[in-house]
Each structure stands twice: as structure tokens, then as C-alpha cells.
Design a protein around this ligand. Structure first.
Ligand SMILES: O=S([O-])[O-]
Length: 296
């Protein structure tokens, strides 16, 4: 197989000796030479300068070495993924997720995963971004999904998906009739906000401050569902992920305020503790999620 031949070539290049490479690979010296000869014949180029003492890469050999290393690394990755598919995946995963992800994105992903790996026990804890970060750092959670930022040095943060944030209002709000809402029209409105520690709260506050919007009054709820219901009941306007209000926008219960020249986006991330080793089940779960994500 070409991969075996490339492995022989890379080992010879790194050891500078046919015999040392042969020892490492458990191959005879003629066996090593045969692999190299076949490779040179296939590429139509000399790959090694041979002397009695050692071998050195030619220019063509240097080019091949660089690519061969990458090919072998990719092959190894593919091999690991295939092993994961075939091995029986068991154990349990305690997943933490902030509200938008935990209530609107994860359920369908978990159903697919549970179908494929029925032996894995899944437990989901929903909290705000700060709480999920705390859970992963204290090793209570194996993995966390957050919609805010994590800057802690002991965490591995992997981008998961993009998320569109929109401003919504009650259906009968005066701004809901306007086709293109100017930023200035957001002045002196009543806002419904999430609690401190929430990624949604941090994003909304950043927007309000950046755009120098003055807030007439604000009400705070510690769940996105609560914020949504409050907006639908006429309490005020809010900034939420489009995921949360899809159904209500379609049914007309609440309205999106189309802000002129503004497309607001944030990043969902997966977090893990740097120092705790992930189980096979957790690795497979993450792998599956990353492969199936639609919007990176
Ligand atoms: O649940 S949140 O918005 O971190």
C-alpha cells in the first residue's frame, strides 16, 4: 500500500540510514530499498542521494517528504475516526449547555446521537454561559456549549456554530410597523434582558453600549423563554437568538425589528477542561457534532 511506502520513505529521510529505518520498521535493508526504488520509479525522480555512510534527500525528495508527512497525518486521523465508528461506544456524558443551545439546538442532535449510540447515557444541564463555564472548570460537566465568551486559560474552546441575533418586539409595538428601523428609533425603549452571566445579556449590553442607546427601563429574566414570553406579552423589546423566536415570528406573536445596516452575529463554542482527558463517548459526540454542523 502506498501509505506503507510513504512511511518507509519518511523514516529513511528522518534516520538518514536504510539500516536504521529498517530496524525501526522491522524490515530488511533490501525491503527498505525496494520501497524506495518503487517510489522513485512511480514518481520518475531520484529521491535520495546515497553514499556508503548515509542518505540525503534530493530536491524532489524534500518536496515529497513535506507532502508525505501531511498524507500520513491525514491518514492517521481518518484511521482514528474509523476506529471510533467501529468501536463500541459506551459510558456517560454530562453535557452542559447555555439556554439557546440547550433548548433549541442540542435536543435534535442528542436524539440522533442516542439513536446511533444507545449504550451511552446522556445527561444535560442547562444554565447560563457563566454557570456552564464553572461546571466544566470544576469537572462536574464533561463538555459545555456556550453562547458567550470564555477566556479562561484552563479551557479548550472550539468554535461550534454561528448564531444570528435579532431585536424583537411585541406584535403591537409601534416599531413593528416600520420596514427599516433606524438605530436612533431604539432610543428610550423598554428592554427585556437576560440576567448577568448570560451570553445573551453580555451580547445585548455590548450592543446597547456600542450604539449608545439609552434604555428607558429594563426587566430581567433568567431564561430566554422568559424573555420571549415577556416580549410577546408586551413588556418591551429584546435581543435574542433567531433560534429562540422562530415559531413566534412565523405565527406573528412577536415581530422582528429590521435594523438598518445591521447583521448581528455571535459564535457558539464548545468548551472542555484542558487537563481532563475526554472519554471515548465524549470524543465521538464532539466529532459527530462538528461534522454535522451546518453553519460554521
Ligand atoms: O444562556 S446564555 O445566554 O448564556
Amino acid at each position: 500500500m502506498i501509505v506503507d511506502t510513504l512511511r518507509v520513505f519518511v523514516t529513511v529521510a528522518e534516520q538518514s540510514h536504510f539500516s536504521k529505518a529498517g530496524e525501526l520498521l522491522n524490515l530488511s535493508q533490501p525491503g527498505v530499498s525496494l520501497h524506495i526504488r518503487n517510489l522513485e520509479n512511480e514518481l520518475g525522480a531520484k529521491l535520495l542521494h546515497r553514499s556508503s555512510k548515509q542518505v540525503r534527500l534530493t530536491e524532489a525528495g524534500t518536496i515529497l517528504y513535506k507532502h508525505a508527512k501531511q498524507i500520513l497525518a491525514h491518514f492517521e486521523e481518518a484511521n482514528q475516526e474509523i476506529q471510533m465508528l467501529q468501536d463500541e461506544v459506551t459510558g456517560s456524558i454530562h453535557i452542559g449547555a447555555s439556554f439557546t443551545i440547550g433548548e433549541y439546538i442540542l435536543p435534535s442532535r442528542l436524539a440522533e446521537f442516542a439513536n446511533q449510540y444507545p449504550q451511552v447515557k446522556l445527561q444535560v444541564t442547562i444554565g447560563n454561559t457563566e454557570e456552564i463555564i464553572g461546571g466544566v472548570r470544576s469537572n462536574e460537566l464533561d463538555i459545555g456549549f456556550i453562547e458567550g465568551q470564555a477566556h479562561e486559560n484552563d479551557l479548550i474552546v472550539t468554535p461550534y456554530m454561528k448564531d444570528e441575533m435579532i431585536i424583537v418586539s411585541p406584535a403591537n409595538h409601534p416599531l413593528s410597523k416600520i420596514v427599516s428601523v433606524e438605530q436612533s428609533m431604539l432610543q428610550n425603549q423598554v428592554w427585556v434582558l437576560r440576567e448577568l452571566g448570560s451570553g445573551t445579556r453580555a451580547f445585548s449590553e455590548h450592543y446597547i453600549q456600542e450604539e449608545e442607546i439609552s434604555v428607558k427601563r429594563s426587566y430581567v429574566f433568567n431564561s430566554s423563554q422568559g424573555v420571549k414570553e415577556a416580549v410577546a406579552s408586551g413588556l418591551g423589546i429584546a435581543m435574542l437568538s433567531r433560534w429562540i423566536v422562530r415559531k413566534e415570528l412565523a405565527s406573528g406573536e412577536i415581530c422582528e425589528l429590521p435594523i438598518r445596516h445591521h447583521h448581528l452575529e455571535r459564535q457558539f463554542s464548545i468548551i472542555r477542561h484542558k487537563e481532563s482527558s475526554s472519554s471515548m463517548a465524549t470524543n465521538v459526540f464532539i466529532q459527530k457534532l462538528l461534522v454535522s454542523r451546518k453553519d460554521k
